[in-house]
Design a protein around this ligand. Structure first.
Ligand code: B12
Ligand code: SF4
Length: 493
């Protein structure tokens, strides 16, 4: 049967839809013929959809949504209304069963389905259920019982139970379904995945919501084989596509050893998202030997209390040690910070600055204000916190408080400016995770309670995003996010 997959992510610089690359492989392995329309490369995506569906006649169409929005308070760009328009174009041009999927979709599937013209959605990974759905449609059988499926049910949407398959059962990934080479040329890196799911209780994280809490590991040989497929296409700079490469640590070691055993360490350069714990000298050495040249640690905060209340299972000294071990092996280090969660104080920010100075990373990225995703612990406690804070935003964000934060960060960047700019992300070819430079402070203007203001800072370039906790989402934020109930930001209290 003919099956079509459509990538709707047009955000630049481009990132290849590796989820669709994987799903396409699984559909092909199930015996169906697959065509993939990548709207990233189309000037007029609606015309491209019409043209594509005129020539191919799929009976099943899968559409992916990777990002609901850019998750940046400063820009607050939503991708949902474009996504819904594209889905509507697909509907206008085809009677096929239309299925939505992807990590962005899986964070808030019912809300998206309710506004879309799709028939159903698949929550979480697509390689197991989507091919089975194709089989059932081909055989004209009912598919209502399939796990992970979200279906219309009496005016609402019903989620079937989540099934997480064994990643050993995935077919070998050829990485030939999308134009990885073009993404590499224009985006700088290709992704590869080594494991899925996360059991950690971090209160803000969408990963367990979208991917499940159960950790599943890909066999190291399958990962190394996939990297070899990319290398054969001339792609030698990569980024891991795991929430955290080093959870669990033993798997990270096994993957590195397999890559080293196959001699990939001298042929590729790659970057990874890691948690500061579990991390060790041994893992740092193994990662470097396998070709890793940069680690972005999700450090979050330098205050022990804040780390605990964020649900992190490491302390400030783990951050400092992890950064040191990685640097000792010659890898670049970035620390990603999340400031402005409930409980943040001037003291905790000072402690964070101290920890960053001790860790002495090559870069530090700061998000001030936390994106609150539905389904997370933070979203569940939100109402309570708002009540505690009160709704008086002009007090919470009084001008006398906000500049204090800026001064603290100025101190950090002034000291270590050349090597540890805050969220200074450089356009270094082939180092995507440090790409983009945006230089502004964005802060809430108490004068107009629904807007945010950006001020360019002349000397250098930190982006400090002051997130706001809206007691309820402001009309502006609501419209910026296509009316989706997912956006609140916390503030310094
Ligand atoms: C690695 C990563 C990056 C790397 C990518 C490197 C690379 N070369 O690929 C970098 C650093 C570049 C990056 C950038 C950004 N990222 Co990012 N990234 C990730 C991360 C950790 C992995 C993404 C990934 O590729 N996973 C592996 C693939 C195989 O999984 P997948 O795409 O989810 O696909 C599976 C399923 O979703 C499903 N599926 C997918 N499509 C479809 C379609 C159908 C029909 C079906 C049935 C199923 C299905 O099946 C697939 C296979 O199992 C995720 C978090 C996460 N764990 O997913 C965040 C994440 C996707 N990123 C996010 C964001 C916000 C961004 C940025 C917008 C940040 C910014 N402001 O710049 C940019 C966007 C760049 C762009 N052009 O799109 C958010 C999106 C949140 C949201 N709700 O919108 C996430 C979820 C992180 C988070 N929790 O905040 N990112
Ligand atoms: S922040 Fe990292 S460790 Fe915590 S739940 Fe998310 S992926 Fe897991």
């Amino acid at each position: 049967m003919n099956v079509a997959l459509i990538n709707t992510n047009r955000m630049q610089p481009p990132v290849g839809p590796i989820g669709l690359d994987y799903v396409a492989e699984a559909v092909h392995a199930a015996g169906h013929s697959v065509e993939l329309l990548d709207l990233c490369w189309e000037d007029d995506p609606h015309a491209a959809i019409a043209g594509f569906l005129k020539t191919s006649d799929p009976k099943l169409i899968g559409i992916t949504l990777r990002n609901t929005d850019d998750c940046a308070f400063t820009s607050r760009q939503s991708f949902i209304s474009d996504f819904l328009d594209l889905t509507a174009s697909v509907r206008e041009n085809s009677d096929a069963v239309i299925v939505l999927g992807g990590v962005g979709f899986s964070v808030m599937p019912e809300a998206i389905l309710a506004r879309s013209k799709a028939d159903c959605g698949i929550w979480g990974e697509g390689e197991f259920v989507f091919p089975e759905l194709a089989n059932r449609i081909y055989k004209n059988q009912s598919y209502d019982d399939l796990p992970n499926l979200i279906l219309p049910d009496g005016g609402l949407w019903r989620r079937n139970a989540l099934h997480c398959g064994s990643l050993s059962d995935l077919p070998a990934m050829s990485r030939r379904w999308i134009d990885n080479r073009r993404y590499f040329r224009l985006g700088g890196q290709a992704g590869f995945e080594t494991r899925r799911g996360c059991p950690c209780p971090c209160i803000y994280c969408a990963d367990p919501v979208a991917k499940g809490k159960q950790i599943r590991l890909r066999p190291p040989s399958a990962v190394a084989h996939e990297v070899e497929q990319l290398l054969e296409q001339g792609i030698d700079a990569l980024h891991t596509c795991d929430g955290e490469f080093n959870i669990p640590g033993h798997h990270a070691l096994d993957v590195c050893r397999e890559m080293t055993r196959r001699g990939l360490g001298n042929k590729i350069r790659w970057y990874a998202y890691c948690s500061p714990a579990p991390f060790s000298k041994e893992l740092a050495r193994a990662m470097r030997a396998a070709g890793c040249v940069g680690i972005d640690f999700g450090a979050d905060n330098g205050s022990k209390e804040m780390l605990k209340s964020l649900g992190r299972d490491f302390g400030p000294s783990d951050i400092v040690n992890a950064a040191r071990w990685a640097k000792d092996e010659g890898m670049a280090v970035m620390l990603d910070l999340l400031l402005g969660a409930p409980g943040e104080t001037r003291r905790s920010i000072e402690q964070t600055v101290e920890v960053v100075q001790r860790a002495d990373p090559d870069r530090a990225g700061v998000s001030l204000g936390i994106r609150v995703y539905p389904g997370t612990e933070l979203a569940r406690t939100d109402t309570r916190i708002v009540l505690r804070l009160g709704t008086n935003l002009s007090t919470a964000m009084a001008p006398s408080r906000a500049p204090a934060i800026f001064i603290l960060f100025n101190a950090l960047t002034a000291d270590t400016f050349s090597r540890a700019c805050i969220f200074l992300i450089e356009s270094i070819p082939r180092q995507y995770f440090w790409l983009t430079t945006f230089m502004a402070y964005s802060f809430f203007s108490p004068a107009s309670s629904n807007s945010c203001t950006s001020i360019a800072i002349p000397r250098f370039l930190p982006v400090v995003e002051i997130g706001l906790r809206f007691a309820r989402i402001s009309p502006k934020a609501r419209s910026a996010f296509g009316g989706f109930p997912a956006l609140t930001f916390s503030t310094i209290c």
